[in-house]
Design a binder for this molecule. Structure first.
Ligand code: AMP
Ligand code: MN
Ligand code: MN
Ligand code: MN
Length: 282
């Protein structure tokens, strides 16, 4: 059981890094990547917990990127958390989030929804402020029944709580990941609603900039999209990754320990990882 995409409460997940690792281990996951948004602050705690539970923790991160005015997520796997350039780069991405959250709250205010900044901040505590924290507030106040419908009604382009934000460039994110020893993975490509022509451009550019893999099996994809993105990976000679994108009970696309296998025509992103030798031999 390999799960290369998950979140703790260092970003917008519900569980602490140690709780997340315990939850993964209890659900049969043997290799887990913690990939918090724009933050690697949970990796040390997660590593310690992984040793306790006898599972392998992959040091990861999920970087927010702006590409052709769209927001994309680039997962870095096997990054070195001690790399100072990576730390500084992520701090820069995080720094814009506070002002963005204030603007989101102002915008919701204009639609008669009060107190969202304070509520989102209280959910976030020490962590970065994300749209997920606003979504939890809006669900709690009864504006929609679950995060999915809240996003649709309030938090995506054209809706009251949406604020445009310029994230890191695609090239800078890939560079940060590679220069800290990691590999770059395009997260949940099926979620971006990019038409085929643009998807081909994106994958071409992603590969040219040094990208290694795309997520094929993810909690964000339908079964048909597993097949579709396996074909894209093959077309571009990119490897394939898999991950639940688990955030916590009630706010996840998929539970942990339930990932189907990659389609047969995929080359797994972990194919040449030394950490996997012992596991696969066992
Ligand atoms: P942000 O990085 O602040 O824009 O927040 C994005 C986060 O919101 C993502 O990482 C997801 O956890 C969550 N999210 C985005 N879109 C949706 C959606 N349609 N349904 C549920 N959660 C979503
Ligand atoms: Mn998230
Ligand atoms: Mn994502
Ligand atoms: Mn994610």
């Amino acid at each position: 059981m390999i799960d290369l995409h998950s979140h703790s409460n260092i970003s917008d997940g519900l569980l602490s890094p140690a709780e997340l690792v315990a939850h993964a281990a209890n659900n049969g996951v043997r290799v887990l990547a913690l990939t918090d948004h724009d933050d690697i602050g949970g990796l040390q705690e997660a590593q310690q917990a992984a040793v306790q539970h006898g599972i392998t923790l992959i040091n990861g991160v999920e970087i927010s990127v702006t590409w052709k005015k769209r927001t994309l997520h680039i997962v870095g796997l096997n990054v070195n958390p001690d790399n100072a350039v990576l730390q500084a780069g992520l701090a820069a991405v995080r720094s814009g989030r506070l002002e963005r959250a204030r603007q989101m709250a102002l915008s919701l205010e204009k639609s008669g929804i009060h107190g969202s900044f304070e509520a989102a901040s209280s959910y976030a505590q020490q962590s970065i402020l994300t749209r997920m924290h606003f979504a939890r507030f809006l669900v709690e106040k009864g504006y929609a029944k679950d995060p999915k419908s809240v996003f649709k009604k309030y938090l995506v382009k054209g809706k009251p709580g949406f604020v445009n934000h310029e994230w890191m460039s695609l090239g800078s994110a890939i560079d940060l990941i590679i220069n800290s020893g990691g590999v770059a993975v395009l997260a949940h490509p099926g979620r971006y609603e990019i038409k085929r022509t643009n998807m081909l451009l994106l994958l071409e550019e992603f590969r040219a900039l040094g990208g290694t893999a795309i997520e094929v099996v993810t909690g964000s994809h339908t079964a048909a999209q597993y097949v579709e993105y396996a074909k894209y990976a093959q077309l571009f000679g990119l490897k394939a990754s898999q991950g639940s994108d688990y955030h916590g009970k009630g706010i996840s696309f998929m539970g942990m320990g339930r990932l189907p296998e990659l389609p047969a025509n995929c080359i797994p992103v972990w194919q040449d990882w030394p950490q996997m030798d012992a596991l696969l031999a066992a």
